[in-house]
Design a protein around this ligand. Structure first.
Ligand SMILES: C[S@@+](CC[C@H](N)C(=O)[O-])C[C@H]1O[C@@H](n2cnc3c(N)ncnc32)[C@H](O)[C@@H]1O
Ligand code: SF4
Ligand code: SF4
Length: 334
């Protein structure tokens, strides 16, 4: 989910200056900064500690087993290399996110701690199912900058339709606990996100009323459903039919976004060290290197990264699989 209706509380997300810079300028202007050598270090990294998950969400390539990539956990060698690169190049931010559930990694907490001690801003994106109160307290104590809990739908029933394996009420309780434990502190900035398919305005209003009091930012977007091939999914025939029907209900206009939020600004590092140019790239459609072989800044400035950026800057989205469905997430009702 990239963009949607937003509401802001009092605390401020430390990542906002980074996001604003990424949102500044056209693709051409952003590309020129790279060509002129004015931007040599990614503005931030998205790091996937694992592409394994304890949920089977029907809109996700991990949850539907349509992802072709080998499954795994980030080995120590990749973690060490990442930490070294973040420190050496003073990369301003790291978001622990990706195409799996990061809290399944046995060393996820240590990794966040080490990134934070290295001076970078740290964000965690999670389905919230595995966080204990003690772990939430540790996140607060280490000063983690931001945490996002992912919902889907707008109530227990619509969440349950999308997020098999999850428990809506438990997730609401986890967000409440995080908010309570944080108390008067301003970090972590607590965000929740959800995406809609067929939910009514009344459901959305009730959802906001329930959850907004426990978070600083609530992002409500639209569920993308047509970027995944149902035939490639390893799910039951019944679930396949359900997803096909949902795809017909996708509430998004297929209008290409005008400015690319990723390829000119940042890198995504998959669990085995592969670097790709976009957080939407779940199956290595745009691999530009591997951090075990190359320095992260060399990857960011590599010729292969330039070839993909050339296509994006020309608006040739159809030539790259993940860009070919990179819609503005404008709802159909607008
Ligand atoms: C892939 S998940 C990984 C992190 C973690 N497992 C979680 O669920 O938050 C990252 C985010 O992508 C969002 N996402 C994945 N597929 C999506 C889709 N088809 N449409 C909208 N959002 C999607 C999820 O809702 C989640 O907030
Ligand atoms: S919890 Fe996150 S990674 Fe796991 S299946 Fe759902 S969206 Fe995908
Ligand atoms: S999918 Fe392609 S165009 Fe869209 S944000 Fe990612 S890299 Fe940019």
């Amino acid at each position: 989910m990239k963009k949607g209706m937003e509401c802001m509380g009092k605390a401020v997300n430390p990542f906002i200056p980074l996001y604003r810079t990424c949102d500044t300028g056209t693709n051409e202007e952003k590309y020129q900064l790279l060509k002129d050598g004015k931007l040599t270090v990614p503005r931030y990294l998205d790091v996937e500690l694992t592409n394994l998950c304890n949920f089977q969400c029907c809109f996700c390539p991990t949850g539907t087993h349509s992802m072709k990539r080998t499954k795994g956990m980030m080995p120590e060698s990749v973690m060490e290399r990442l930490l070294e690169d973040v420190r050496k190049h003073q990369i301003p931010g790291v978001r622990v996110i990706g195409w799996g559930e990061p809290t399944l990694h046995p060393h996820w907490m240590e990794f966040l701690h080490d990134v934070k001690s290295g001076g970078a801003l740290v964000h965690l994106g999670t389905n919230g199912s595995r966080l204990s109160d003690e772990e939430m307290q540790q996140l607060i104590d280490m000063g983690v900058d931001s945490i996002k809990f992912s919902f889907q739908g707008a109530d227990a029933a619509s969440y349950g339709e999308m997020r098999e394996g999850g428990d809506y009420h438990q997730l609401v309780e986890t967000v409440q606990t995080m908010h309570r434990l944080r108390g008067d502190k301003l970090l972590p900035f607590i965000q929740i996100s959800t995406t809609l398919t067929v939910e009514s305005p009344e459901q959305v209003t009730a959802f906001r009323k329930e959850i907004e009091q426990y978070c600083d930012y609530c992002n409500i977007g639209y569920t993308m459903l047509n970027h995944l091939s149902v035939d490639a999914m390893d799910v039951s025939a019944e679930k396949r039919e359900k997803i096909r029907k949902m795809q017909e209900q996708e509430a998004v206009h297929h209008v290409y976004r005008t400015v690319c939020s990723d390829a000119f600004d940042k890198l995504d590092i998959h669990w085995n060290g592969d670097a790709v140019l976009c957080c939407s790239d779940y199956d290595n459609f745009m691999v530009v290197g591997n951090i075990l072989d190359q320095d992260v800044t060399d990857i960011f400035q590599s010729r292969i990264a330039g070839l993909y950026r050339d296509m994006i800057v020309k608006g040739e989205y159809g030539r790259i699989q993940c860009c070919s469905t990179c819609w503005e997430t404008v709802p159909l009702t607008k």
